[in-house]
Write a protein that binds this ligand. Structure first.
Ligand SMILES: [Fe+2]
Length: 235
């Protein structure tokens, strides 16, 4: 499997705090059958001011360390990009998945979908980019009005739900909305959005089993293998 969204790089955000913790996360991922991880540090202006170059270099250092340790997981640079007006017109303010692909992880603020989001997405699409909307099932406005996601699906965004939403650990609303989106055929990807080894570990398999019950084995597998592979490219 390939995990498209994971806060595994040590010290860059609220994910792994130390190299030891990051290595432990990678061991958990490997044991779960995850072979590649997009290390998607937060880029949230004023909160996590990570630069694309900084993430790329940290991802390279961590990937080398995994090789040294014999942990069979490869690291791909990416970023968890908070939706902000600065995204338009500033190529340096975000990092695409694996640097030069058209895909970028795109996070709405937790509480709402800001007015003008559709115009921002349209502008990104107009530049040939494909926003991957992260965990819409955890967004409070979409929990109240799940149908509001459709406009973004129609604009060509991909949709990523969080594995732990589908296993109920983000509460009944996130569970219900993720199930609904799966049944509606709006979900392209399942990712861990892992931050540590205990509360939010990098485990996909449990959610995949649940997705299989809802959409069948072929579609569920595509959400953690074929579709992420299309995004990150071959090894
Ligand atoms: Fe995230």
């Amino acid at each position: 499997m390939i995990d498209i969204h994971c806060h595994i790089l040590p010290g860059l955000d609220d994910g792994a705090r130390t190299m030891d913790e990051a290595l432990s996360m990678a061991r958990i991922a490997a044991a779960d059958g995850i072979q590649r991880i997009v290390a998607s540090a937060h880029i949230t202006p004023g909160v996590y001011d990570n630069s694309p170059d900084g993430i790329v270099s940290a991802a390279g250092v961590f990937d080398d360390r995994l090789k040294e340790e014999g942990i069979p997981v490869r690291i791909i640079p990416g970023a968890d990009v908070r939706m902000t007006p600065e995204m338009i017109g500033n190529d340096g303010s975000y990092l695409r998945i694996n640097r030069d692909t058209p895909y970028l992880l795109f996070e709405f603020p937790h509480g709402l979908i800001p007015p003008g989001s559709d115009r921002l997405v349209a502008a990104l699409r107009g530049r040939g980019l494909v926003p991957v909307i992260t965990h819409p099932e955890r967004n409070l406005e979409l929990q109240r009005h799940p149908e509001k996601l459709e406009a973004f699906v129609k604009m060509g965004c991909l949709v990523q739900i969080t594995a732990m939403s589908l296993t109920g650990e983000f509460g009944p609303r996130a569970l219900a909305v993720s199930e609904r989106y799966l049944k509606d055929g709006w979900v392209d990807l399942i990712a861990t959005d892992a931050h540590d080894t205990i509360k939010r570990p990098p485990i996909l398999s449990r959610a995949v089993r649940r997705a299989e019950e809802l959409v069948g084995a072929v579609a569920a597998r595509a959400m953690v293998l074929e579709t992420p592979e299309r995004i990150v490219g071959p090894i």
